[in-house]
Write a protein that binds this ligand. Structure first.
Ligand code: PLP
Length: 349
């Protein structure tokens, strides 16, 4: 059978044997330096992580030019998205975003009773910044932008997004989820954290789950106005952050050679997927900038996912309203991506 367990697990039965291209994980695995750093600290997992959380905050503050009290650190970035959704419900209860985008903030806010306006993507499948700006009112609590956007993969023009955020943040808070930003062409020229450093009313959210390949270890952070960081971070602090994640995250941040290599490797595998979409004549969101592509398979998603599963490939398990025949497919290792391309050619021929 196909070798799907790239990093063989010492514990049996942890893997269903499918090639996992379903969750935008980074199959290349974490920095060897991060793994070494963790090994050196394994016995210190008896310690609470608070002092080390402060060390990470200091490191992020230096890198991003913000103050430490603007930073919230959590177990993956998902708790921040949840905490932010909760914050929305207590501060006017109105969110503007697009469909399709990552559900964390909008769905979280909806579950908690917020009023969410979904502005359609534009003709390029980008966040329609002009339409979003037009949809913002005096009552709007926040705008959620995901850049690059999950599930679409498109990245916004950095100057255009920057100007948008500067204008719109005069009226409402602009949340920019940069989960995949380090994978995008032009990084770091397209990060928007300078807005936070310059005092604009923005939140910049990042994760170690994607380019740092630490999805299972859980580490993420956000930069926001200090008072808000105190409020949101104070609530999320229950449960805290894990020690080994901090150790690995900081080592990975310092391993610039690895991060550059990751960006290149993601790009190579991603281009195999877009080439397959081209060859099969399937519409897809052009020039994707994360570790995934978004394509119209031409059949109901359940049917496509089932057919891919029969070929040993797990694709995303959900659809986004209005995109019922579209599927998000993550990049894998070279072997995994090749197997996926082969499966796509079988399933969509
Ligand atoms: N934001 C975006 C855009 C994502 O795609 C994801 C995960 O896929 C997350 C946030 C949350 O990931 P994590 O909690 O692992 O940081």
């Amino acid at each position: 059978g196909m070798k799907t367990d790239h990093f063989p697990s010492a514990t049996p039965n942890l893997n269903d044997g499918l090639i996992r291209l379903s969750s935008n994980e980074n199959a290349f695995g974490p920095s060897a330096k991060a793994v070494e750093a963790m090994k050196g600290e394994l016995f210190n997992l008896c310690r609470y992580a608070d002092p080390t959380t402060s060390v990470l905050k200091k490191k992020i503050a230096e890198q991003e030019g913000v103050s430490e009290d603007q930073i919230v650190v959590t177990n993956g970035s998902s708790p921040i998205l949840f905490g932010y959704a909760d914050w929305i419900t207590k501060n006017g209860n109105k969110l503007v975003t697009s469909m399709a985008t990552y559900e964390g903030v909008p769905r979280g806010a909806e579950f908690m009773g917020a009023d969410v306006t979904y502005v359609p993507l534009d003709a390029n499948m980008d966040f329609d910044l002009d339409a979003i700006e037009a949809a913002v009112t005096e009552e709007t609590t926040a705008v959620y932008i995901c850049n690059p956007n999950n599930p679409v993969g498109r990245a916004l023009d950095p100057a255009k997004l920057n100007a948008f955020a500067k204008r719109v943040s005069q009226k409402t808070q602009v949340f920019i989820d940069e989960a995949y930003i380090e994978m995008s062409d032009g990084y770091p020229g397209n990060v928007q954290s300078s807005l936070a450093a310059e005092g604009y009313n923005v939140v910049i959210c990042r994760t170690f789950s994607k380019i740092h390949a630490m999805a299972g270890q859980r580490l993420g952070y956000a930069i926001m106005p200090a008072a808000q960081a105190k409020e949101i971070g104070g609530k999320l602090r229950m449960g805290g952050v894990n020690y080994l994640g901090l150790v690995a995250g900081m080592a990975s941040m310092d391993d610039h050679a690895n991060l550059n290599k990751m960006r290149d490797m993601v790009k190579v595998e991603r281009s195999k997927l877009t080439a397959a979409a081209e060859e099969l004549g399937r519409p897809y969101a052009k020039n994707p900038q994360g570790n995934f592509i978004y394509m119209d398979t031409g059949m109901p998603h359940d049917q496509f996912a089932e057919k891919m599963r029969a070929q040993g490939i797990k694709v995303v398990g959900r659809t986004w309203p209005g995109y019922d025949s579209w599927s998000r497919i993550s990049v894998g290792t070279p072997e995994e991506t090749d197997a996926c391309v082969k499966a796509l050619k079988t399933v969509l021929a």
